[in-house]
Each structure stands twice: as C-alpha cells, then as structure tokens.
Write a protein that binds this ligand. Structure first.
Ligand SMILES: Nc1ncnc2c1ncn2[C@@H]1O[C@H](COP(=O)(O)OP(=O)(O)O)[C@@H](O)[C@H]1O
Ligand SMILES: O=C(CO)[C@H](O)[C@H](O)COP(=O)(O)O
Length: 565
C-alpha cells in the first residue's frame, strides 16, 4: 500500500487557480488541477453587468478563490488515488498586491448585499492601476519628508501596492473604508478561511505594504501627512502582527476541511506570493541566482547577502523569499498580456484560420513564423509598456511604443518585436542590479511562458548573453507552495524543518538549458542600445507625452454622450 506523505500547493494566478499534489520526499508532482475564475478579471463591469468600472480598474470576486479550493483539492486527491490522511500540509500563493476589505467575521464586504454595487467592496487585483494619483502623492510627500523607506523600494511606491489602494478606497468610497474591519491581501484572506483566523505574511507586508523587519511600518505621522484620516491606518485596517514566511499559519478547521475533502488539523503554511514562492521550487537557496517567473507579467526575484539600494526595483525584504537572505524583487507588469492583447486585437482572420487548419494555437503560429526571421530583420523596436512600467521606472502612466513599422510589417514581426522588448526590459533590470552591487550570476525561468515558448527563451538568452535554466515543473509556484506546506507540517509529520532543506530535496530544473548564440548576442547588443535610448527618452526626464495622452483619454472617456461628427 502507498503510505507516502503528500503536500498540496495552490497557486492563484491572474486568470485561474492551480493545485498540485506533491510527494514530500521527492518533490514528484503526482496530480494537478486548474480552475479558471468564474468571474475572471473584472475590468469593465461589476458582476451585475451594469455597473461600469473606470479606466485602469481590475477587480476580482473572492468567491472564485474559494471555488478553486473546493474543486481542485478533491480533484488532485482523487487523481492521485490517495487518502486525505496522507496530505500533511497545504500552502498557497497569490498574485500580489491583490487586496480586499472584510468585515469582523472575515467576510468580504462584496458578499454583503448593501455593498454589492460598490466596486470598492471587491478585490483589487495587482494590476488595478487606478490608484496612481494616490501613489504619486504618496511618493511626493515621502520624498519631501525624506522617508528612509523609499530607497528600499527603488525610489517609488507603486500604484499596484497596498497603501495607494487603501487610500483610493478612503478617497472614493469612505463608507467602504469605514465598514472594513480589515483590508488585507487576498492570499492572507484565503488562509484565514482555511484556519479561522487572520495571519498576515511577511512577504506581502514587506514587498507591498512598506513593512520592514527592523523599521516596521512608516510612522503614524507619515500616514497623517498623507491624509489625517489615515493616521492610524495600520492599527485600524492593517496590523503590526506579521508572521514570517516558512512558518505555520494554523490548521484546517473542521468546517473548511469538510468543504475541500481534507482532514481537520492539516497544517496550513503562512501565505506567500506567486513569484517569491517559486524560488525554492527551482532549487535556489543562495545569492546571485535570479528567477524570472514569466506569465501574464514577469517577476524577477534575486537573493542577495546585504541590503543595497537599486534604482527602480520593487523592493528588498530581509527573509522575504528565503529566511536568512535579502530577497530582491523587480518586475515587468505586462509580458504575456502583450501577446494576448496582440493575438486578440491585431491578428488578421486568415492567421486564425491558418492556425486552426494546422491544429495549433495562435501563439504557436506567430512564434513559428517569427522564428524564421534573422535577428533585426523586421526593423522594429518596441517599448514593452502596454501596462505601464514596473521596473525600473515605476510608472503605470507609461504606454507602449512600436517604432520602425512600414507597409510591409507583418503580424509576426510585431509579435517578435514585443517579445524582444520584454527581453530588453529584463536586461535593463539585470543591469540595474549589477550596477548597484547586487550580482546576477545565473538566470532561471519558470511560469507559463518559460514552459510554452522556446523562441522567447532563446531570445532572452541572446539578449542577456546568459544561459537560462528552466524549471522542471509546469506549476512552479504551486510546487513552491506545496514545499512551504511541507515545512508547515514539520518533521514530526514527515515534512521538513526549513525551506532550504525542502528546496534541496524537492526543487529542480530541466537538464536542457538555453545558451546564448554569439552572432545574435552582437546584433541584440546594438538593438538594446536603441531600446535604451527610447526608454530614456519616453520614460525619464521632462518628456511626458504619454502622461498627457492618458489625461486626454481619461477626459474623453468621461463624456457619456455619443461622439458628434
Ligand atoms: N505560447 C505562448 N507564448 C507566449 N505567451 C503565451 C503563450 N501562451 C500563452 N501566453 C501568454 O501567457 C500568459 C499566461 O501565463 P500563465 O503563466 O499561464 O498564467 P498567469 O500569468 O495567470 O500565472 C497570457 O498572458 C498569455 O497571453
Ligand atoms: O507582482 C506580483 C508579485 O510580486 C504579481 O503577483 C505578479 O506580477 C502577477 O503574477 P502573474 O503574472 O503570474 O499573474
């Protein structure tokens, strides 16, 4: 009889949640299940189909997160043919900063009828960018006051993060702010549903909510300077009680265990973030190795020995990824999303027909056509800012650029130019780390794109002039979460004492790697120099044409009447 121990990890992505059931001893993935979110990403309407959302909004429905657990966990246990008592631990990770207001019974405000028409009662997804005004104001005030925390976040706090989003709720929906007993990360809320109490994790607190292991939160005077109503925001809506990742949040309650077919008392790990949790899953537990988690967006996670100031990075958090080390994060807020936009908006019908005839997807068709080109052949260079720039400019007002198009430009040329633009964006990030004294010796990739698009990975190897190792798992963050589940279970239940031990036993990469091709490297060096000129021209200094266009767009879309011709 199979009496091995198993652990389950659940990764909450932008469009779906995925569970993986893993053998604790070997890291072997035994079963996986995926559940796309019923409500998807709400960026135009609330679930009533009538209440319109403004530009730059991106919401989710928390009910979808519970459905993920209810459907995927029984599915993986069934597929694996094991019994519930063999599951010793459970861990989850989430896109972040993805936040929601809840009441004193841990119920999201959007579950309550009186708040259902109010967009601020729902989950604000990481890519909700409508708190940019609050972020700009926060950055201005913090710089004026010489707040020390700014340098740990590359000089700017992003509109994607906790405090700008909380402030937006207060500004636009004071009644929701008032009604909220807590405003917390979705990753912590889901754990609270499983264990019956809220435990806030140090990863989202550190990277997204301006919390620091030594300095803690910024002072109440700082929050008061933002807005007198925010003076006690930490005590009133957040908490000073932060639990380190790698520890146990609690155990499955009887009621929740029954909902997902596991046993009450199963260990639940302190929640984590999708990119950070993936690091031990590829076996990284030491400095100098950068992991790119490539999906809708890309997150770059790098371990370092000391705290350095890196302009435009997302953050550096002690113990933020692996206890005992500094975890650096940088990111690109639009990677797969560029390609999705392109395939849905710009690809002619005959390409779609060709893909259908060949029995392949549109991404694959475009990739095959783009792979036939020599480097530089299209004459195109793009700026990868279709969803703003996270690193190194930290500005969601920046927008995309495609330069060099002619009447002969083909869809695959643009598709390839967008891939290359994201690779240049990553090189800009790697150079920012190196120039700031944080070494990058090795590059690893995980996530949907690392798995699906070989051309893209080769382009990255050529642009970076570095070998790229690929995660052996197709569900790397979920595997990482499962590993944290095994650590929460502890050695007495057949798990591990530390995440470093779990990484050594359970994490791995594929044997095959992507190596740079010297002639491509040389041409890409020249193209990267052009990209950098455009990057600086549109992204730094006095040129704010993109911001002006966005303002004109926002004003035009506020007018309700039909256009007059
Ligand atoms: N073959 C492909 N090449 C490049 N991008 C792809 C390909 N297939 C899907 N994508 C993009 O990858 C993204 C989904 O990535 P994935 O890692 O699966 O999900 P998530 O970001 O939710 O974690 C989508 O934006 C999609 O457009
Ligand atoms: O900022 C993040 C992590 O710090 C987000 O979780 C991430 O950018 C969204 O992830 P994905 O592209 O996989 O949906």
């Amino acid at each position: 009889m199979n009496m091995a121990n198993y652990t389950i990890g659940v990764d909450y992505g932008t469009q779906s949640g995925r569970a993986v059931l893993v053998d604790v001893a070997t890291g072997r993935e035994v079963a996986t299940a995926v559940k796309p979110y019923t409500h998807g990403v709400m960026d135009e309407y609330l679930p009533d189909g009538v209440t319109r959302l403004e530009h730059d909004w991106a919401l989710q429905h928390p009910q979808d997160y519970l459905e993920v657990l209810e459907l995927t966990i029984p599915a993986v246990v069934k597929e694996a043919g094991i019994t519930a008592d063999q599951v010793v631990g459970l861990g989850i990770d989430f896109t972040a900063c993805t936040i929601l207001p809840i009441d004193e019974h841990l119920n999201p405000l959007c579950f309550r009828e009186e708040h259902q028409q109010n967009p601020h009662s729902y989950v604000k997804l990481w890519k909700h960018h409508a708190a940019q005004d609050e972020a700009d104001e926060l950055n201005r005030i913090a710089a004026e006051r010489g707040e020390a925390f700014l340098k740990r976040y590359g000089g700017k706090i992003s509109s994607e993060w906790m405090i700008p989003k909380v402030w937006q709720i207060l500004n636009e929906a004071p009644a929701i702010y008032e009604a909220a007993d807590q405003i917390l990360e979705a990753t912590d809320w889901v754990v609270s549903q499983m264990t019956g109490h809220v435990v806030r994790n140090s990863c989202t607190a550190g990277y997204k909510a301006i919390w620091h292991k030594q300095d803690r939160y910024p002072s109440n005077e700082f929050f008061k300077a933002l807005d007198p109503r925010l003076e006690n925001v930490v005590e009133e809506k957040l908490t000073r009680d932060i639990a380190p990742i790698g520890s146990k949040a609690g155990e499955l309650t009887e009621a929740f265990a029954a909902r997902i077919g596991l046993l009450p008392g199963t260990a639940v790990a302190v929640a984590n973030v999708d990119a950070h949790v993936a690091v031990p899953a590829v076996g990284i537990a030491e400095p100098g190795k950068m992991l790119m988690v490539m999906g809708t967006s890309t997150c770059h996670i790098l371990l370092g020995e000391d705290e350095q100031v890196v302009p435009g990075m997302c953050g550096v958090v002690e113990d933020g990824v692996i206890p005992g080390l500094m975890g650096y994060e940088a990111g690109q807020s639009c990677v797969g999303d560029h390609f999705e936009w392109f395939t849905e908006t710009c690809v002619p019908g005959h390409y779609v027909e060709e893909a259908a005839l060949k029995g392949i997807g549109i991404h694959q068709l475009l990739t095959e056509k783009a792979a036939r080109q020599r480097v530089g052949e299209s004459g195109l260079v793009a700026l990868d800012w279709w969803n703003g720039n996270r690193s190194t400019l930290v500005d969601t007002n920046l927008t995309g650029v495609l330069l060099g198009a002619t009447l002969l430009t083909k869809p695959e040329d643009i598709y390839r130019a967008l891939i290359e633009a994201t690779a240049y964006g990553t090189r800009t990030i790697v150079e920012a780390f190196r120039n700031s004294g944080v070494p990058v010796h090795e590059v690893y990739a995980a996530g949907g794109i690392a798995e699906k698009n070989a051309l893209m990975m080769q382009i990255y190897a050529d642009v970076l002039n570095m070998e790229i190792k690929i995660s052996a798992s197709s569900q790397t963050p979920a595997l990482g979460s499962a590993m944290f589940g095994a650590v929460a279970a502890g050695t007495e239940r057949g798990g591990y004492a530390t995440i470093t031990e779990a990484a050594a036993k359970m994490g791995r990469v594929k044997e095959e790697t992507y190596k740079p091709i010297p002639e491509n490297v040389a041409t890409y060096d020249a193209l990267f120099a052009e990209y950098t000129k455009l990057y600086d021209y549109f992204g730094r200094g006095e040129n704010d044409v993109m911001k002006r266009l966005k303002k004109i767009k926002a004003e035009a879309s506020r007018v309700k009447e039909e256009p007059v011709w």
